[in-house]
Write a protein that binds this ligand. Structure first.
Ligand code: GUN
Length: 298
């Protein structure tokens, strides 16, 4: 069994990004600048956004963190987005999800300028992704593609079973892996809460992407030998033996499933760190595109 080490792979990608930032600066360009908006006080969201900002600093990006109170209205948030959309110093920005219940998430996603949508959530970018056109691929699916590529895991002709149909992971993953692309050409089965005989399907999988948010859902008796497992789940379970009071658990019963798997992502340290690295890659891309556009104008 080989661990798909997201921490190590993400560090390599960040090093590559840092080198490109150095080149940009040496050629007289500004460093890429990522902004992140966070609304409210969710502990997990704050941790994630802080990690994103810290990662920016490490690779030489500029970063701006905009913290808004829980009571922020939808209009106020939309105004902040409108400001970032026209701020030429900002190459890309994200609005951390989930948002408080009184704010319409879809409306917020649609308000972001697609050229600055480094999360790849805007319908324009989702549409381009679905058509296999160049665009920002969302960080989690992009990170999974990158992990599979860097560990040279064959996907062509393989049966990939995806558990979970979220807009952020399951749905784009199913599209990307079935496309004609380097990491793609797979036969994809998308499973969700209404799927019947799930175990019969997962037992046929060469690669399983578990993205349902149910801790340790995928058990050893649901997978065949030599399977590749991508565990996207990351649930905080109370654990008084831990200093911070919780432990992180994936969607896969790691101890038992890893005994049958050829490749498996750990939680934490698998898909999670990759998402931040891919957000940085998308921001670098946004910055380079802006530079090209501005050069064309002058
Ligand atoms: N919440 C969980 N994952 C993500 C992500 O990739 N981007 C944003 N903006 N919010 C998230």
């Amino acid at each position: 069994m080989i661990l798909l080490d997201g921490k190590k792979t993400a560090a390599e990608i960040k090093e590559e990004v840092a080198l490109e930032v150095r080149d940009l600066k040496n050629n007289g360009y500004n460093a890429p600048h990522l902004a992140a908006i966070i609304v409210g006080n969710s502990g997990a969201s704050i941790t994630y956004v802080n990690a994103k900002v810290k990662a920016c600093e490490r690779v030489g990006f500029e970063s701006t963190l905009i913290r808004l109170p829980e009571e922020t209205t939808e209009d106020e948030l939309l105004n902040e987005i409108a400001v970032l959309n026209v701020d030429n110093d900002i190459d890309g920005f994200i609005v951390q999800l989930p948002l408080p219940k009184h704010i319409n998430e879809q409306k917020v996603i649609m308000a972001v300028d697609p050229d600055k949508d480094v999360d790849g959530f805007h319908p324009t970018n989702v549409g381009k992704m679905a058509l296999n056109l160049p665009t920002f691929i969302s960080a989690t699916p992009y990170g999974i593609l990158e992990l599979l590529e860097r560990y040279t895991i064959e996907t062509s002709g393989k049966h990939v079973v995806i558990i979970g149909r979220s807009h952020i992971v399951g749905s784009p993953m199913s599209i990307l892996l079935s496309q004609k692309r380097k990491v793609g050409n797979a036969t994809v089965t998308m499973c969700h809460s209404r799927t019947k005989n799930l175990k019969e399907i997962t037992l046929q999988a060469d690669i399983i992407v578990a993205a349902i948010g149910i801790p340790e859902f995928l058990k050893a008796d649901m997978v065949k030998d030599h399977v590749t497992i991508i565990d996207v789940g990351i649930t905080r379970l109370a654990d008084s033996s831990k200093k911070n009071g919780f432990r992180l658990v994936g969607d896969v019963a790691f101890d038992e499933v890893s005994k049958k798997a050829d490749f498996i992502t750990p939680v934490p340290g698998g898909v999670g760190p990759m998402t931040i690295a891919m957000l940085l890659k998308n921001t670098l891309l946004a910055c380079k595109r802006k530079n090209i556009n501005e050069n064309h104008k002058s």
